[in-house]
Structures are given as C-alpha cells and as structure tokens.
Design a protein around this ligand. Structure first.
Ligand SMILES: Cc1cc2nc3c(=O)[nH]c(=O)nc-3n(C[C@H](O)[C@H](O)[C@H](O)COP(=O)(O)OP(=O)(O)OC[C@H]3O[C@@H](n4cnc5c(N)ncnc54)[C@H](O)[C@@H]3O)c2cc1C
Length: 315
C-alpha cells in the first residue's frame, strides 16, 4: 500500500473501511451534517429533539420504525415520501402503525430541495413536490436521513477486488476476497446485517484466517518453493481407503530413495495448500523438481504395484 510518504508491504491485508450513509445531495446539506441538524441514527439522537419538530426522509421499514421511535420524543415528525399518497416501501404492519400515530405527518410526492438554517443549526428543510414542482417549506430543527441507504468505502478497490452490484466487497464465509491473502470484514463487505455485532464477528474470522494464511504461506515457501531437487507431493484423503493405501506404499518406497523428498498434504483438511501448488485438491501425486510441479498423477492411475514406475522420472 502506498501513502504520500511511505510504501507499506504486508504479508496479508484485512480491509475494514466500512460504509458511509448516503446523503441527498441537496443544497446546504454539507453545512448541517453530523451533529448540526442532520442525523443518521434515531436511537442515538432522538433525545436531542425532545419537544422539537423533525423530518424523516424515506418510507422503508427502517424509516417508518425510526419515525415511530422519534415520535416518543419529538413534538411533530414529518415524513417526506417520494411516492403517491398512501404508498410506502415499509411493510403493511409498519404502515398501519404509522398511519395511526397522531404525531406523524406525511408529505407525499416530495423530495428534499434545500437545507436552510443559521449559525445555530438547521431550522427549515425545503421540499419540492415532484408532480407540481411546488416548494414546501418544513420548519424543523432536525432531519433524519439514516433511512436512504449506505455507500461502501470501496472506491480505491474498484477494478482490483470483486465487488457486488452495490459496490460492497464480495467474500466467502472465511472473509476471503478474490485475491489470496486479502480479507474484508464489517460493513464494507456484501452481507445481510450491518451491525457492530456482525462487524466484530467478521473481524475475528478475518484475523484468524489472516494469521493462518501467513503461517501457511511460510510453510508453503519452506516446504515447496525453496526445495531443490526431486520431490513427491502426496495429496491424500484420510477418509479414502485407496488414498491411504497409496500413501503407505509411497512412504515405504521412498524410504529407499532418500534423495527424493516426500511432502504430504491432507486435502480433506487443507485443500488450499494443494490449490496453491496448482493441483486440483483431489487425492493425487505431484512430481516436483526445484520447487516446480512437473507432472500430476491422479489417484485412479495409481496402485501400490505401479508406484515405482510412475515415479521413475524423478529417480
Ligand atoms: C449513524 C449510525 C448509527 C448506527 N447505530 C448502530 C447501532 O445502534 N447498533 C449497531 O449495532 N450498529 C449501528 N450502526 C452500524 C455500525 O456502526 C456498523 O455496523 C459498524 O461500525 C461497522 O464497523 P466497521 O468497522 O465495518 O466500519 P466503520 O465503523 O464504519 O469503520 C470504518 C473505518 O474505516 C475508515 N476508512 C474508510 N476508508 C478508509 C481508507 N481509504 N483508508 C483508511 N481508513 C478508511 C473510516 O474512517 C472508519 O474509521 C450504526 C451506523 C451508523 C452510521
């Protein structure tokens, strides 16, 4: 990784750059973000608006649930919805609860045009009716935008890591990305629930896998890449009887040829090690010389009787 002054090199990388709340892009927004009137978390900030008026933007489940929560503190909760009257993105149950709540006031076919305030903070949000173009001033001291989604902080990984359609990093359950040794954890990766608890779980898995990756890399280099001379890699599966039989015959045969190094990979437990060598991950023998795989012999071609003949290129 390059910074302005330093070039950092690492044996493995865990990306945890998170995501940021999506904003509306309306005029004046920058002036009121983060603690100055525009908030992204009702649970965190509702109490600041006790007996004041607030606006919620959005009509999905999160927006409606959070608007209901805000109504326990605020005097009035306006909800700006882009759809026609009566249409919301939230579930029917949430909609019914919202429509019965006397503190909630819906403004339909509306979108934010401008945030207006003074040195003390936000005091008005200018909405625009999408059908008529009419400007609708809403006098509020707070506006909640938490409900219109997130943008992952993945710009710098575009074209390098595999990303989902929405721009989140794609990983498997081991937090591995498409690049070996690069892991992703937390809100930045594609997943269902983005919460502190899941981010912490991801982080623990990524750290464990990163540590394992380093240990495996060191073993791989020592055992394979740095070995000189002839070497046989036996990829065996301890649950497969024929594979066990071949391993045993191979050990006995190679005890007579001390110049040929025997390395074993349990592909039932550690397929990755075989894949790193370019082998399939199935039981087989790899004939290597000077750290390079020269030939691969599948289990079906092997028998205890023909082992010596199959290994003859190394003898
Ligand atoms: C307003 C709000 C309220 C929330 N409330 C709750 C809640 O009540 N309960 C809950 O469980 N979850 C809540 N969440 C979600 C929770 O905060 C996240 O799920 C969690 O923080 C994710 O952790 P993370 O480490 O993946 O990302 P983050 O905590 O977002 O950390 C990412 C870090 O990476 C840094 N970063 C970004 N890009 C770069 C870069 N290029 N180089 C270096 N650093 C970079 C960022 O500055 C940031 O410090 C809330 C989120 C928000 C936005």
């Amino acid at each position: 990784m390059k910074t302005l002054r330093t070039d950092y090199r690492a044996k493995t990388v865990i990306i945890a750059t998170g995501s940021k709340p999506r904003v509306t892009g309306a005029k004046g927004e920058e002036d009121f973000l983060y603690g100055r009137g525009i908030s992204f978390c009702a649970t965190c900030d509702a109490a600041f608006y006790t007996d004041l008026d607030v606006l919620v933007v959005g009509s999905g489940d999160a927006a409606i649930e959070e608007a209901i929560f805000l109504s326990k503190f605020a005097n009035k909760v306006y909800i700006s919805v882009i759809h026609d009257e009566g249409i919301m993105d939230a579930s029917k149950i949430a909609q019914e609860r919202a429509l019965q709540n006397p503190k909630l006031h819906f403004i339909w076919n509306a979108m934010v045009d401008e945030f207006v305030g003074d040195g003390k903070g936000l005091n008005k949000v200018m909405l625009r009716n999408l059908k008529t173009g009419e400007k609708i001033p809403v006098e509020v001291q707070g506006c909640f935008l938490f409900f219109i989604g997130y943008i992952p902080n993945t710009d710098i990984f575009q074209g390098i890591l595999r990303l989902s359609d929405r721009g989140y990093i794609l990983t498997n359950e081991n937090m591995e990305t498409n690049i070996p040794g690069v892991f992703a954890a937390g809100d930045v990766r594609e997943k269902t629930l983005r919460q502190v608890s899941t981010a912490v779980g991801d982080g623990a898995i990524a750290a464990f896998m990163a540590e394992r990756y380093i240990a495996e890399t060191e073993y791989f280099n020592r055992e394979f890449k740095e070995t000189r001379g002839p070497q046989v890699v036996c990829c065996y599966d301890p649950t497969n009887a024929k594979s066990r039989e071949i391993l045993s015959a191979l050990e006995s045969l190679l005890s007579q040829y001390p110049s040929i190094k025997l390395s074993k990979i349990d592909v039932y437990k550690n397929k990755n090690m075989a894949l790193r060598l370019g082998l399939s991950g199935e039981p087989c023998l790899g004939l290597m010389r000077d750290g390079e795989v020269k030939a691969v012999i599948g289990l079906e071609e092997l028998s205890p009787e023909n082992l010596k003949e199959k290994l003859s290129p190394l003898m």
